[in-house]
Design a protein around this ligand. Structure first.
Ligand SMILES: NC(=O)c1ccc[n+]([C@@H]2O[C@H](COP(=O)([O-])OP(=O)(O)OC[C@H]3O[C@@H](n4cnc5c(N)ncnc54)[C@H](O)[C@@H]3O)[C@@H](O)[C@H]2O)c1
Length: 273
């Protein structure tokens, strides 16, 4: 594999498993040093050990995206242990399926706190660090020929249109698209690119939770439900963590230097806007 990211440091929130684990693997395979941040610190440590055993540099950091202080600590610790953050990828998230009329305040807060509020405060803490590396003359000029960082968020096909069983998740993921646009504009003068990936179904723990909850609510076989969904995807398959990681690697690479504020559908053609 190419070594495009040698000398670069990446912080991946939610990197202990699922899509995030695939992202960590891909960035490390291309030479990046990685900080794997997750609520599940044991899994994050295990992932870091696997990468170190394969000759990569990896550290594990605990974070709870529902807690702003924890987010700030994550960034501080990643900078301390890796020296800098060139790429920040946020794959951490939770899903819940609940009929609209049964959504509680508590459930709304939890889903929005992690998926939406967490996304904003991660970007805020990470960009503060990225901006420290921008020289004063560049700040004064308000434009830069050098890239000072790449940020990649994770939205979802659920953020592209309404979902009767995911009113909180779908609106939080739609908000991630909007946050990506706003922060991209705010950071454009410093040449910090902010984009997002919008996956279709990917077989991870989240997928298992999603189909099990939907099956229970609708009184249907969860796996059949999932297969029917996949049948509506033009490319006729679910995505993989590797598909998502390839998109992230592109959005972290110099090949995407002129792309910012975009949310890239990586969903086999399911959504087209
Ligand atoms: N899997 C899919 O089908 C799918 C589809 C569309 C979008 N997505 C999005 O892709 C991203 C990755 O999903 P995934 O399928 O890998 O999920 P996953 O559940 O397999 O992994 C999510 C990771 O986030 C971590 N996490 C959860 N809450 C956290 C918190 N409060 N603080 C820090 N870390 C926390 C978990 O410990 C886990 O390691 C999510 O943002 C998800 O919404 C997934």
């Amino acid at each position: 594999m190419d070594e495009r990211f040698v000398g670069k440091c990446a912080l991946v929130a939610g990197g202990a498993q699922g899509i995030g684990r695939g992202v960590v693997q891909r960035l490390a395979d291309e030479g990046a040093e990685v900080a794997i941040a997750d609520l599940d610190i044991e899994r994050a440590r295990q992932a870091a050990e696997e990468l170190e055993a394969a000759g990569c540099r990896a550290v594990a950091v605990q974070v709870d995206l529902a807690d702003i202080h924890s987010i700030e600590n994550m960034v501080g610790e990643a900078v301390h242990r890796l020296r800098q953050i060139d790429f920040f990828v946020n794959t951490a998230g939770i899903v819940h399926n609940t009929p609209f009329l049964e959504v509680t305040e508590e459930e709304w807060d939890r889903v929005v706190d992690i998926n939406q509020r967490g996304a904003l405060f991660c970007m805020k803490a990470v960009s503060r660090h990225m901006l420290e590396r921008v020289p004063e003359e560049v700040k004064a000029r308000g434009r830069s020929a050098t890239s000072y960082g790449k940020i990649v968020n994770f939205s979802s096909i659920s953020g592209r249109r309404g979902r009767p069983l995911q009113v909180h998740y779908a609106s939080a993921k739609a908000a991630v698209i909007s946050l990506t646009q706003s922060v991209a504009l705010a950071l454009a003068p410093y040449n910090i690119n902010v984009n997002a990936v919008s996956p279709g179904p990917v077989r991870t723990r989240m997928w298992d939770i999603n189909v099990a909850e939907k099956g229970r609510i609708l009184g249907r076989n969860a796996e059949q439900e999932a297969e029917q969904f996949i049948d509506q995807i033009p490319l006729k398959r679910a995505g993989t963590a590797e598909d998502m990681a390839a998109a992230v690697a592109f959005l972290c690479s110099a090949d995407s230097d002129f792309i910012t504020g975009q949310t890239l559908n990586v969903d086999g053609g399911f959504e087209m806007n």
